[in-house]
Design a protein around this ligand. Structure first.
Ligand SMILES: Nc1nc2c(ncn2[C@@H]2O[C@H](COP(=O)(O)OP(=O)(O)O)[C@@H](O)[C@H]2O)c(=O)[nH]1
Ligand SMILES: Nc1ncnc2c1ncn2[C@@H]1O[C@H](COP(=O)(O)OP(=O)(O)O)[C@@H](O)[C@H]1O
Length: 199
């Protein structure tokens, strides 16, 4: 696609990262219910197989490794995470930002740092559980992953938490509704959603 000045678009780009099981998907789902259409989330492409209940085009675009390679040139950022490829299709994000909508990217820290380079005015938020034990408990309770997958995600969690030092905003997802409120307030204070998307 043609060169885009991402910082000149009226909508704000928000990155939400956190270890697997930290609650990113749950938080964003609740946030979108709460704040309405001025905030939307981007749908990533991935080579990871769908989990039970996940829907193509709603949760992710589930693609083959070959399709992912063909898509590469159209991605705003991409990364290899827990052995699968993930990436953000650029054009839908550009169109939404051009309409003044705040777009949330639920992506890993490698992608977050690529966004920081490309879109310097993006807001980078990192979410953590109150402790590593709570993270492990929630990942197991989710019941979507086998033991090897859980072990891999817990190992990667340590590295992600170290990289998170470079994120400007840190949230602790202890009580869900409290954290959703904090996320909504953070966005509102940073010119995202809450009716001020056109400021
Ligand atoms: N860089 C990048 N990371 C992504 C993207 N989509 C999802 N991820 C990240 O990939 C990791 C694995 O996501 P997922 O397979 O849904 O597992 P979960 O984190 O356990 O729910 C998480 O850190 C996601 O935030 C993307 O488009 N780009
Ligand atoms: N504040 C919370 N308290 C208790 N359980 C939570 C909380 N936030 C999320 N969960 C649960 O933890 C699990 C992991 O959350 P999820 O949103 O899938 O994380 P992520 O998208 O970061 O991998 C899910 O089963 C979810 O229902």
């Amino acid at each position: 696609m043609a060169e885009v000045d991402w910082t000149a678009l009226p909508g704000r780009l928000v990155v939400l990262s956190g270890a697997s099981g930290s609650g990113k998907s749950t938080l964003v789902e609740r946030l979108l219910e709460k704040v309405g259409p001025a905030v939307q989330r981007s749908i990533s492409a991935t080579t990871r197989p769908p989990r039970p209940g996940e829907v193509h085009g709603r949760d992710y675009f589930f693609v083959s490794p070959e399709e992912f390679e063909r898509l590469r040139g159209d991605l705003l950022e991409s990364a290899l995470v827990h052995g699968s490829h993930y990436g953000t299709p650029a054009e839908p994000v550009r169109q939404a930002l051009a309409r003044g909508i705040c777009i949330v990217l639920v992506i890993d820290v490698q992608g977050g740092l690529q966004i920081r380079e490309k879109v310097p005015n993006a807001l980078l938020i990192f979410v953590q559980t109150p402790s590593p034990e709570v993270l492990e408990r929630r990942l197991r309770a989710r019941g979507t992953d086998d033991e090897a997958t859980i072990t891999r995600r817990l190992t990667n969690a340590r590295r992600e938490i170290e990289t998170a030092q470079r994120y400007e905003i840190h949230l602790v997802n202890d009580d869900l509704e409290t954290c959703v409120d904090e996320l909504a307030a953070t966005l509102s204070q940073n010119r995202c959603g809450g009716g001020n998307a056109h400021d």
